[in-house]
Ligand binder design. Structure first.
Ligand code: GLC
Length: 428
């Protein structure tokens, strides 16, 4: 088992080694560009090392922002051949090149946290004020183009947008996506970096790429995609993270005197009620929702607890969620498995189908903490800390053995150590 001090140093080394000059790659080889929500978590880690560098992470992320306000899930700042699908396959014609979908919009919340904790307050005020209008444009894009009928839930058009790419929650919706008979040939790169038993299967990959062809044919016109995209779900990761982000945007608007409160409060009223509509009393958790079928997706995931992070749940529902999570905790050694361990589709070592992610643990723990479930919040932190002590900074971990899985030397896991999980370790 590694000591706090050696892990602190290792985490700092990982961020520095993954730094490509202002942006941080999640891990060399497997993910050699800048990813949206990774950049948010990684910025929190950088705050513990170098505050100016932390703000720069977000500034570079926004270089990828589209005129529409959309913030893409990957910014291809520099060419790299070790990843597929790269900029040519996305064909989005942006400079710098980007993907054409988004990811959980953590940025507003993390900007607020960074501003509240910064030692260099003058710098933080200046950076947050400059980022604010760009974040507002991003959130307006969500509302305008992903919720045109004002239901309070955003349409998510690709499993990759949810951040939980390969979750069994998306299986049925993805299976309905026809494989494009003219799908241009391709070679996967992920399975050359990571054991295929820890990565998505080929049938899923063909569908992921078929969706890209649909977006290109629609010219990335989001309003068209509501009619033409066969994969349309409401994802708890997107909706809860966005709800929280809007609460924090509201706070930022007040803080800076921007005067956008009425607009943001209007969004919050509708999204709060819509998220609560995803509650399942019998299961004691929240479900994602299939917008094509008009039905809940009955697979419990680590996102099923995120209405606590959003802050929309009642104390009674929070209590019930705590009991659900405790029952999961009796079935695995380390919380939170990405899929309900009693579900038939639970696979403890395959990408988003069972393993534990430090970043989701952080969001779930924040939710439990804010609802006063301190012991459970502390258990999540302790489990995350012990996983790092046992297996270093992996992309994800086996919920029973604690083995490190997926990519190694992973930026957002290292960042979560520095920012959160290390507290309480020996000498810490
Ligand atoms: C995988 C994850 C996604 C993450 C990316 C980079 O695609 O599913 O959530 O952003 O890796 O770490």
């Amino acid at each position: 088992m590694k000591t706090r001090e050696s892990l602190d140093q290792e985490a700092i080394r990982i961020l520095r080694e993954n730094d490509r000059g202002g942006f941080t790659v999640p891990t060399a080889g497997l993910y050699p560009f800048q990813w949206l929500w990774d950049a948010g978590f990684t910025a929190l880690g950088w705050m513990r090392i170098d505050e100016a560098r932390a703000w720069q992470e977000l500034e570079l992320l926004f270089q990828g922002q589209w005129d529409s306000g959309m913030l893409p899930h990957i910014v291809f700042h520099k060419p790299e051949s070790s990843y597929f699908p790269g900029p040519e396959r996305w064909g989005t014609h942006h400079t710098p090149p980007t993907s054409g979908i988004t990811q959980p919009p953590v940025v507003a919340s993390f900007v607020r946290w960074m501003l509240e904790r910064a030692k260099d307050q003058a710098l933080a005020e200046e950076k947050a004020r400059t980022l604010y209008p760009r974040i507002l444009a991003y959130h307006r894009w969500f509302k305008r183009e992903r919720d045109p009928h004002n239901t309070g839930l955003m349409s998510t058009f690709h499993p990759w947008e949810s951040g939980a790419d390969n979750s069994p929650a998306w299986d049925e919706a993805l299976a309905r996506v026809p494989v494009d008979p003219h799908l241009p040939p391709y070679t996967r790169r992920d399975t050359s970096h990571v054991d295929p038993s820890q990565r998505p299967r080929q049938a899923e990959y063909d569908r992921y790429l078929s969706l890209l062809e649909i977006y290109k044919r629609a010219g990335y016109d989001q309003l068209r995609l509501h009619a033409e995209c066969p994969f349309r779900v409401a994802s708890l990761l997107i909706d809860c993270v966005l709800h929280r982000a809007n609460r924090d945007l509201l706070w930022l608007s007040r803080h800076f005197g921007f005067g956008d409160e009425a607009e943001i409060e209007g969004w919050l009223r509708i999204s709060g009620a819509a998220i609560e509509g995803l509650w399942d009393a019998e299961a004691g958790l929240y479900y994602n929702y299939d917008l094509v079928q008009g039905a809940p997706i009955r697979v419990g995931t680590n996102a099923s607890f995120l209405p606590l992070y959003a802050g929309t749940a009642s104390p009674e529902r929070a209590e019930r969620l705590a009991r659900t999570l405790e029952s999961w905790g009796h079935q695995v050694r380390y919380l939170v498995p990405s899929t309900d361990p009693a579900h038939p589709k639970y696979e403890p070592q395959r990408y988003w189908r069972g393993p534990v992610w430090a970043v989701v643990n952080r969001l779930v723990a924040t939710g439990f903490l804010e609802y006063g479930h301190l012991a459970l919040a502390e258990r999540l932190r302790r489990d995350t800390r012990e996983l790092a002590e046992l297996s270093g900074f992996s992309e994800y971990y086996h919920p029973t053995s604690g083995a490190g899985l997926g990519g190694r030397n992973f930026s957002w896991t290292a960042a979560m150590w520095l920012d959160w999980a290390a507290e309480g370790a020996d000498g810490g």
